[in-house]
Write a protein that binds this ligand. Sequence first.
Ligand SMILES: *Cc1c(COP(=O)(O)O)cnc(C)c1O
Length: 458
Amino acid sequence: METRKVLLSEDEMPRQWYNILADIKMNPPLGPDGNPVGPEALAPVFPMNLIEQEVSTDRWIDIPEEVLSVYTIWRPSPLVRACSLERALETPAKIYYKNESLSPPGSHKPNTAVPQAYYNKAFGIERITTETGAGQWGSALAFACSQFGIECKIFMVRISYDQKPYRKSMMQAWGGKCIASPSTETKAGRDILEKYPDTPGSLGISISEAIEAAVSDESGKTRYSLGSVLNHVMLHQTIIGLEAKKQFKKIGEYPDIIIGCAGGGSNFSGMAFPFVYDKINGKEIEIYPVEPVACPTMTRAPFVYDYGDTAAYTPLLPMYSLGHSFVPPPVHAGGLRYHGMAPTISQLITEGILEPKAVTQLAAFEAGVTVTRTEGIIPAPETNHALAIVIEEANKAKETGEEKVIFFNMSGHGLIDLVSYDKYFSGDLRNYDLSDEELIEAEKVFENYPKPQLLKSR
Ligand SMILES: *Cc1c(COP(=O)(O)O)cnc(C)c1O
């Protein structure tokens, strides 16, 4: 019998997260006046202990005991050798993945939801608000809040609320309060409903509602939470890559190629940043974040200052962006439809340390089905984008006969996304092409914004 899984015991779980801000230079976030914003500007929105993490440049940050304790519900996650996929592809490459689909909500997202709930609780916060599109993030945060006994209020985009009821059921099961957005609970929601009573909603509207609900609570006991993009979210996710490094060490292997899908960038960063540290220090590794052709942030958009959200509530962030009012085509990978990319990932792309790739929706699902019928796991549509490149690289290795070690992140399972698989099987899924004109139109929003500098970290 061949060995498929490399396991860590609970006491081998890393005790610190890795902070990439210790090793790269970054353009600062800017306020509307074009000047750098200090941490205090974020205080009404996030608790101060998380804001401190957001700006920290310490390389290692201790994981609190209470967070480790919740992590052990599903962590350490196994490093799995995709033996069956290797055989089906007849590749000499060795393919390994971290299985992040084993968390209770079924994705990597609770790796940050749990510490965020913990730090809010520690700061005396009693209620967290957030938005959710297809519901992955909302369900992860509801799970995390239930572990720490705090309330969770989730503004879910109306159309998903109606069309994808099972994520809403999950949020409710964990005690979260899921509200269709736009709602009558906020001014932002009421204004939209007055003008467009039948609107399907959008992520931008939901973010506006969630932030308003947090900052307008006069008790001061409510804060807002974000599931990707920000530095502290990337930080929390590094538990994935840090575990993987220990697991590779156990079997005397090290990856040549690292691949992950990237929406806001959190699962990719979590898996890749601990290895980026080695690459910065001279190791030769190819590292590929993968996005949909229909939302080509890293592969076709410019590196600019732009807002992190459609409503322009956040500071201006230095990132690859399609423009904060860009509305991507309705591809079936809700988690990859963000207009921007995490500033940390964006910086590493400008320096040539990461090489982004894009794949079509049909190529992604074809790869997902190949993995389903070999490895047995039905991957999330987001994950499928990474898998298309994994298979491409494994086929390249077959041509050259090289025994490359390929490492990817199984960011989540697709059991709540089977409607998209149905559409793929019935031939109703299609690819979307974006013309240069469409992209140029969307990018007009930041024409007059300040421009980030091209910084070199070494
Ligand atoms: C949300 C999500 C993603 C994309 O978000 P990132 O912040 O880029 O990680 C990818 N995979 C799954 C399964 C998700 O739920």
